[in-house]
Design a binder for this molecule. Structure first.
Ligand code: ZEM
Length: 306
């Protein structure tokens, strides 16, 4: 029987160097809205969001997205950009595992974009082959509704409050038609972490729109703003904001909606709940010994030998 392997968590001075390197690469004038931050957050989320509590498989240990089996999953389209940004840091600090780097980068990025401090623990190992990578299909599909969201997130061990708090990450970044089929950003300033997403969900009149590619999403256009702009000569074109069907499900579902209302009104509560639930997300499927070192158990070693 193989001895359980452990990988010591990086020291705090080692981590300081990595955190600074992440902060240094966030500013990317030629990429999206000028920041690598949002796509780094999505990388960490998708690396962890494969977790299945029943079989204790998946999760952020392993960095399976380096392999085609997980990296080539259409659900992960676009995340190669995040991995390429972080490859520069991995080259400089080769002692850090990809699995630790991808998760800590999100925590640093969220803080740097104005979000809360999130507890992060290291010690993840990288898979050396693709045997332990779980099957595709565990990540959520934005075209679906509340039942689907619950099915996906209950599988990971989250409750309704945690689902809504996590969804607040859609304050960040945007959809790309060549990645997910959806198009546009949720909020006007998508590189600033805040509770605006929840406010917009509640105040705007969201209308279903079918994009040219046939994908359905919800949009909001401020009609007053357009009329005012017609008179203003060099006014910027107001960009249409969007919501996924799964985002709209949060205001239609009677158990999700009160959390949207709470977070829209109380930014501090949202920040506190988000910090807790994001830390929990990054620890899914990770078992630690008394010293905090990760224990790679037999069931994780065996994995999917298909
Ligand atoms: Zn997202 N997300 N997500 N998400 N997400 C996208 C983008 C981003 C869903 C989803 O389908 C999509 C969580 C939950 C859920 C981020 C963070 C988190 C996109 C656009 C889609 C389609 C991808 C593209 O085209 O590039 C669904 C259905 C979810 C649950 C119901 C959770 C939880 C997140 C973190 C805690 C972030 C930061 C982005 C923006 C990425 C970027 O590149 O700008």
């Amino acid at each position: 029987m193989a001895q359980p392997q452990t990988n010591p968590t990086p020291s705090s001075s080692q981590l300081d160097h990595v955190a600074q390197a992440v902060r240094d690469l966030l500013h990317q004038p030629d990429y999206d809205d000028g920041s690598a931050g949002p796509v780094l957050v999505r990388l960490a989320w998708h690396s962890a969001g494969t977790y299945d509590a029943a079989s204790k498989t998946g999760g952020s240990n392993g960095a399976g997205m380096r392999y085609e089996k997980e990296g080539g999953d259409p659900a992960n389209a676009g995340l190669q950009h995040a991995r390429a940004f972080l490859e520069l840091i991995k080259k400089k600090f080769s002692w850090i595992t990809y699995a630790d780097l991808w998760t800590v980068a999100a925590v640093v990025a969220i803080k740097e974009m104005g979000g809360p401090e999130i507890r992060w623990r290291g010690g993840r190992t990288d898979f050396t082959d693709d045997n332990k990578i779980p099957p595709r299909g565990r990540l959520p599909d934005g075209a679906q509704g509340a039942d689907h969201i619950r099915h996906i997130f209950y599988r990971m061990g989250f409750n309704d409050q945690e689902i809504v708090a996590l969804s607040g990450a859609h304050n960040l970044g945007r959809c790309h038609s060549d990645r997910s089929g959806f198009e546009g950003k949720w909020v006007n300033n998508p590189t600033r972490f805040s509770n605006t997403y929840f406010k917009l969900l509640l105040v705007n009149d969201w209308k279903k729109k079918t994009l040219e590619n046939g994908v359905e999403q919800y949009v909001y256009v401020d009609e007053d703003m357009i009329e005012e702009d017609e008179d203003a000569e060099d006014a910027e074109e107001p960009e249409e904001l969007m919501m996924l069907p799964t985002d709209i499900a949060l205001i239609q579902d009677p158990s999700f909606r009160p959390w949207v209302e709470l977070y829209a009104e109380h930014k501090d509560i949202f920040f506190d709940h988000f910090a807790k639930v994001f830390a929990k997300l990054l620890e899914l499927g990770i078992k630690r010994d008394r010293n905090g070192n990760i224990v790679n158990e037999e069931n994780q070693q065996d994995g999917y030998k298909s």
